[in-house]
Write a protein that binds this ligand. Structure first.
Ligand code: TIU
Length: 220
């Protein structure tokens, strides 16, 4: 069986049952004037990983493995936005407010879009998710079952929020999860380091980590 050189030990790759999940590579998290910046974050850390995420996506497409994209966003009537989420953190612009890139984190708005360089291809699944995790209030779980997927490679932002939440949800649902460590980023370097360590601790309690090159070598 093919293997991906990973931590804390090799990840046994089962061809045909693996998908890439690219979490929330949206303008709202990566560009000035978006949601991430409204929370006081330096968004330049996020844009730095775009070439690596692109390489990973292209590797999965070349291997004819599914690429699934998620977007954190809400309905325009805010019916899927709990007040507790809208008010959290006292942001300078709240979810649903009008900012420089349209209404913040609202489906269909310019700022909510996935970055042009990482745009989904026609036919690729795009999950619009109101939560930090991708399973809550979405078709993600059913889509994975329909595709026959058992193993998930994760990329995207932010490592300790939407990526780790989705990875933990997937791990509890029986998926083997691997995080591409150079294709994910946090606004806080120390949180990324800690998230990677806690994912692979205790014998891969949540999952594995590997570099993008290690993943691509393993699935080639
Ligand atoms: N603020 C932060 O670190 N992340 C989010 O709000 N959403 C995602 O991680 N996508």
């Amino acid at each position: 069986m093919a293997e991906i050189d990973a931590l804390p030990f090799a990840f046994a790759f089962k061809p045909g049952t693996m998908a890439l999940v690219v979490i929330d590579m949206q303008r709202d998290f990566a560009e000035p004037g978006g949601f991430g910046a409204s929370l006081g974050n330096d968004v330049s850390r996020i844009t730095a990983i775009v070439p690596t995420v692109k390489k990973l996506i292209e590797g999965f497409r070349a291997a004819r493995l599914p690429v699934i994209h998620t977007m954190e966003c809400h309905r325009s009537d805010l019916s899927d936005l709990p007040p507790a989420k809208r008010n959290r953190g006292n942001p300078s612009i709240r979810i649903g407010d009008i900012g420089p890139m349209g209404r913040v984190l609202i489906s269909g708005e310019p700022g909510t879009a996935i970055l042009d360089e990482l745009a989904p291809l026609p036919g690729e699944i795009v999950i619009e998710k109101p939560g930090k995790g991708a399973f809550h209030a979405t078709s993600f779980g059913e889509d994975l079952k329909r595709l026959g997927v058992e193993q998930l490679v994760f990329a995207g932002v932010t490592t300790e929020v939407c990526v780790q939440t989705t990875m933990r949800e997937a791990n509890d649902r029986g998926y083997e999860c691997l995080l591409a460590e150079d294709a994910t980023e946090s606004y806080f370097a120390e949180f990324k380091t800690a998230a990677l360590a806690m994912i692979r601790a205790q014998g891969a309690i949540v999952g594995w980590t590997a570099t993008t090159d290690q993943v691509l070598e393993g699935i080639a």
